[in-house]
Design a binder for this molecule. Structure first.
Ligand code: CAA
Ligand code: NAI
Length: 689
């Protein structure tokens, strides 16, 4: 319990006052914290015996920012800006003691202090852009004054935090302290007072405010952020730091912040922030369920996915064994992992010795008994049911008791795989996305018999591997790929009716996806699906014709698009156009012009429809889980909040009417609105209600 209020404590150590906030879990700057800080500043200001003030936080981190749960509610004084101004105006030195992550408004508060010290493990950053905002408490004006506009803009537009050492080099912090940050800050404050330095306020500095290079940096940083309002506002605000007096720049920052806050994009991004965290709460895991401890992992199969999954373990510092069927295949897999790491090292993303450390965590084996010591085993062999069942039957005899046995299958029935063992309670799916070491999404597939603590273990491991785990139920394609399949059917139909691949892809990237469906298909390879269809006696008019002509995608230099040597840029291909026109003629479809608006509707609404069925069947727990899957697994534009959120914004009555129209036009009954859509639309409600 604090001496000022429930969240804020003030104590005195000789001539140094120490204010500590304690608002678990991340010390968000909620109203009570702001009020407590304002009160402390009032008391300390005129207390003659106090010569300096240390601002610190209890628990795992310094202030991680404004309290996001207060956004969109009526503001309560004092605002963060007022507290920050009062700190900066203090006639005695204020020292921020940083640990954990000083983020957003928390870092902005630290920037208004006269000095900043940090423990070496601390990180500082301005992640507001990730919520569709800009730093609204002076960050866009103070940070450029401290480190120059170019570097400041980089931190503000990427939103990525930096380590204490880098912050020290840049001049953001004044000293790195060992051990307890408060003790370090108090020691620092004593020296400052003794040395009697004049107080330097960041707002008064202008020596680093150079305009040169800023426009180029802004262009480079925002080039790939088409359609997003926040990065453009960040650029404007930081430019203001160069061209406007401090107070005017601050005023404009506030206006931009309020505009973004009221806008649709930030609302959507805040939805995703909370949906991601909500997804971690899985029904059916009783309160207090403990995840099983994971000290070591094993991966079976060193192919595309197995290698990437092993890298995830190594990146998290967890020793992992990869098992392959033979020496050569194993070596090839390990070589690919090493090559991946080398690329990252050559691009400056990883230190060479760190690569060695990670490679040393990965061991290989050619016999399945090499998994015997592992706490978590992930199978990533070929997508064949009989093979997977054999592997799991063998695992049953070899894996240690209590180990979680996971399959990375993308389509197969996890329950059937579990039945190949005598411990189905330990079996579940961990569906990684390719490339597994890069993509954040992890669909965790809960089987009928999966034990709650096995599920909790998979979720905890997912977070340790820096993934965004979302728990789903068993069905063909689970959530993401099942919805994607609907989009693929409709994409092909669009080609037959009159669109060209470049038109479909342009509409989809114009909507905000990084890639269109056809460029994506070319990247994945068209031949995989072709072989599967041939085996099942199915036909896909256009894609099969392309494959028969050797168009396998990027790997053969031509697919839906053609590619110049060593280039991944998709170029329109006249040969493909002829193939498409032939297919339309063969099937007797009269081609017509299709607008980008129609393309977007037909790419998105059938997916939403499938999402609704997925909710009806209980395969996904909540609409927000589906949104998170699409943002993290498929590049859905985060500022549109995910497919289910997007549908709610448009109104389900509209979605229902358009789906009905498309179902009638095409004769495809699967396009009829799902029961849940019709019911909610009739009640004037959305998925989220
Ligand atoms: N406000 C309110 N709640 C917050 C919060 C915030 N700023 N940051 C985190 N939380 C909550 C989370 O919702 C979560 O709640 P539940 O346990 O109920 O789900 C809890 O704190 C723990 O968060 P995480 O699970 O994310 O914990 P972590 O240890 O993995 O990560 C973190 C910690 C790095 C601080 C991460 O939570 C994070 O990035 N938070 C957001 C930081 C941020 O965006 N700050 C800027 C806010 S905007 C701003 O400050 C505007 C301004 O300029 C004035
Ligand atoms: P892959 O063909 O690249 O690799 C499979 C590897 O498993 C091969 O190296 C093979 O030699 C090895 N293997 C086969 N039998 C084995 C056994 N008995 N013991 C040990 N190793 C064995 O396949 P990929 O793409 O890595 O897929 C693996 C699994 O991941 C499949 O179930 C697939 O459906 C799934 N998946 C694939 C994705 C992708 O984009 N490639 C995405 C998500 C899931």
């Amino acid at each position: 319990m604090g001496s000022i209020n429930a969240s804020v404590d003030l104590r005195r150590d000789g001539e140094i006052a120490i204010v500590t906030s304690d608002n678990p879990p991340v010390n968000a700057l909620k109203h009570e914290v702001r009020a407590g800080l304002a009160e402390v500043l009032r008391q300390i200001r005129d207390e003659a015996a106090i010569k300096a003030l240390v601002v610190a936080c209890a628990g795992r981190t310094f202030f991680a920012g404004a309290d996001i749960t207060e956004f969109g509610k009526p503001p309560q004084a004092p605002g963060l800006g007022e507290v920050i101004v009062a700190i900066e105006a203090m006639p005695k030195p204020v020292v921020a003691a940083l640990h954990g992550t000083a983020l957003g408004g928390g870092f902005e508060l630290a920037l208004a202090c006269h000095f900043r010290v940090a423990v070496a493990a601390a990180r500082v950053g301005l992640p507001e852009v990730k919520l569709g905002l800009l730093p609204g408490a002076g960050g866009t004006q103070r940070l450029p004054r401290l480190i120059g506009p170019e570097k400041a803009l980089k931190m503000i537009v990427t939103g990525d935090p930096i380590e204490a050492r880098e912050a020290l080099t840049d001049g953001i912090i004044d000293q790195i302290v060992e051990g307890d940050p408060i003790a370090g800050a108090v020691g620092f404050a004593r020296r400052v007072v003794a040395e009697n330095r004049p107080l330097r306020r960041v707002r008064d500095r202008d020596d680093r405010l150079v305009a040169e290079g800023f426009a180029d940096a802004a262009e480079t940083l925002t080039r790939r952020l088409r359609g997003r309002e926040a990065p453009a506002a960040c650029v404007e605000a930081v430019r203001n730091a160069i061209v406007l007096p401090f107070d005017e720049g601050l005023k404009r920052e506030g206006e931009l912040f309020r505009e973004l806050m009221a806008g649709d994009q930030s609302k959507a991004q805040r939805h995703i922030f909370f949906a991601e965290r909500e997804a971690a709460r899985v029904p059916g895991i009783p309160e207090g369920t403990k995840p099983r401890p994971i000290a070591t992992g094993a991966v079976i199969g060193a192919g595309t996915m197995g290698g990437g999954i092993a890298m995830c373990f190594a990146n998290a510092g967890i020793p992992v064994t990869i098992v392959e069927t033979g020496r050569d295949l194993l070596q090839r897999g390990l070589d690919r992992v090493a090559a991946n790491y080398r690329t990252t090292v050559s691009r400056g993303g990883l230190a060479a010795d760190e690569m060695e450390r990670r490679m040393a965590l990965i061991r290989g084996g050619t016999e399945l008994d090499a998994v015997a010591g592992a706490d978590f085993v992930i199978e990533a062999v070929f997508e064949e049911m009989d093979l997977k069942k054999r592997v799991f039957a063998d695992l049953d005899g070899l894996a240690k008791a209590g180990a979680v046995l996971a399959t990375n299958t993308s389509t197969l029935d996890v329950d059937e795989i579990a039945r190949a063992t005598k411990r189905p309670q330990d079996v579940l799916g961990t569906h990684f996305f390719s490339p597994a070491n890069v993509m954040r999404l992890l669909e965790i597939v809960r089987g009928a018999a999966t034990a709650p603590d096995a599920l909790a273990t998979a979720i905890a491991l997912g977070r340790r591997l820096a993934k965004v785990p979302v728990t789903v139920g068993v069905c063909y394609g689970f959530v993401g790929n099942r919805m994607l399949a609907r989009r693929s059917v409709e994409a092909e139909r669009l080609l037959l009716e009159g669109a060209l691949p470049q038109e479909v892809d342009a509409a989809v990237t114009g909507f905000g996806f990084p890639m269109g469906p056809f460029a994506m298909a070319d990247m994945a390879g068209l031949d995989v699906g072709w072989r599967i269809r041939k085996g099942r006696g199915e036909r896909n008019e256009i894609e099969d014709a392309l494959c028969e002509a050797g168009h396998f995608g990027q790997k053969t230099g031509k697919g839906y698009f053609c590619y110049e040597a060593r280039s991944r840029t998709p170029l329109p291909d006249p040969e493909v156009e002829r193939t498409i026109l032939d297919a339309s003629a063969r099937l007797g479809v009269a081609r017509r012009t299709i607008t980008p608006e129609e393309i977007v509707e037909r790419m998105v609404y059938p997916m939403v429809n499938e999402g609704a069925r997925i909710l009806e069947e209980g395969i996904a727990t909540r609409p927000g889980d589906i949104d998170v899957i699409w943002v993290y697994g498929y590049g859905w534009p985060v500022w549109r909040g995910g497919p289910m959120y997007y549908a709610d914004r448009l109104g389900l009555a509209h979605i229902r009417d358009r789906l009905t129209l498309y179902a009638e036009r095409s004769g495809d009954e699967t396009l009829r609105p799902a029961t849940r859509i019709s019911r909610l639309a009739a009640e004037g409600r959305g998925f989220a209600s």
